[in-house]
Design a protein around this ligand. Structure first.
Ligand SMILES: [Zn+2]
Length: 302
């Protein structure tokens, strides 16, 4: 029997991808609200959007994701204050990631992916702005990941006709991922403090690794940690070179020294976890499986 879902998909192949992009743009708009209001301790539901400069309410048709900014050419209708390009950028980025998730994964995993994209982007941009990762995303993400793993064990590649077995397996996988991810980063933090005599990572990163592990399993959390470190280093060196080469019109003419600055790690962890969930998961899992196989072979040879 054909379901309504399959019928629509067959008759209008563009319908669900366009819907995914549109929903992503709207969620991106909501991410902008969360990133701005949650660190300030404001409600994310009320009041409605207001101009940040003059405080006038923004009519819904000017608040459309991506299009509103283009229509206004980046200037507020009420007072002409410039609206940063970051707002439409986050909306567009979320829309693209939602579309990628929908096109690349089976429907249930795609929808769980949407939730993880939302959590990861909120964490990334809040950490970038304020050097904090709110517990509602890290611990909340951990709990959501555990619950979803029980309901949908397929999140960890578990497929069995026995629902109870699947749920136990899903829960175990999510828990293992959370514990392995947070303990590795905790030990890096402890050893880093011993060696560097200063705090390089925060407990927000440890809790975030718990959430990553619950959604991505131990392979995903280990990958995120190492890929995140590489991404972070490469970005820093890149920025350092760009700012050293390009003479900037800065008072005093001193180039900004990124290497000496405190840099949040959360955005890189979150970005790497999205790479794993949306693109590299199967390849990374296979790599770890081959490592285990090599290790076993080495033991067997003795
Ligand atoms: Zn205004």
């Amino acid at each position: 029997m054909e379901t309504l879902f399959e019928e629509v998909e067959a008759a209008l192949p563009w319908f669900f991808p366009v819907l995914a992009f549109g929903i992503g743009a709207c969620i991106g708009s909501f991410i902008n609200v969360c990133v701005y209001r949650i660190p300030a301790g404001q409600s994310i539901i009320r009041p409605r959007s207001r101009c940040r400069v003059c405080g006038q309410p923004i009519p819904p048709y000017l608040n459309l994701p991506i299009l509103g900014w283009i229509f206004l050419r980046g200037k507020a209708r009420c007072c002409g204050a410039p609206i940063g390009i970051r707002y439409p950028f986050i909306e567009f980025l979320t829309a693209v990631l939602f579309l990628v998730s929908w096109l690349g994964l089976p429907p249930v995993l795609a929808l769980i992916g949407w939730l993880w994209i939302f959590i990861a982007l909120c964490v990334a941009f809040i950490d970038l702005d304020h050097m904090i990762i709110p517990d509602r995303f890290s611990i909340g993400g951990l709990l959501a990941g555990l619950a979803l793993s029980v309901i949908f064990p397929a999140l960890h590649g578990i497929e069995t006709p026995f629902a109870l077995l699947g749920s136990i397996g899903g829960f175990f996988n999510a828990l293992t991922g959370a514990l392995i991810g947070s303990s590795i980063i905790l030990w890096i933090m402890i050893l880093g403090e011993l060696v560097l005599k200063k705090e390089a990572l925060g407990f927000g990163d440890v809790k975030l690794m718990g959430a990553i592990g619950a959604f991505c399993g131990w392979q995903g959390s280990v990958f995120s940690l190492f890929a995140g470190a590489i991404l972070g280093t490469v970005s820093l060196v890149f920025l350092q070179i760009v700012f050293a080469v390009i003479p900037l019109k800065r008072p005093g003419g001193v180039p900004e020294n990124f290497l000496g600055k405190k840099i949040p790690f959360g955005p890189f962890l979150a970005g790497a976890s999205l790479l794993y969930y949306l693109f590299l998961g199967p390849a990374v899992d296979e790599y770890f499986a081959s490592l285990a196989w090599v290790a076993k072979g080495a033991v067997g040879a003795n």
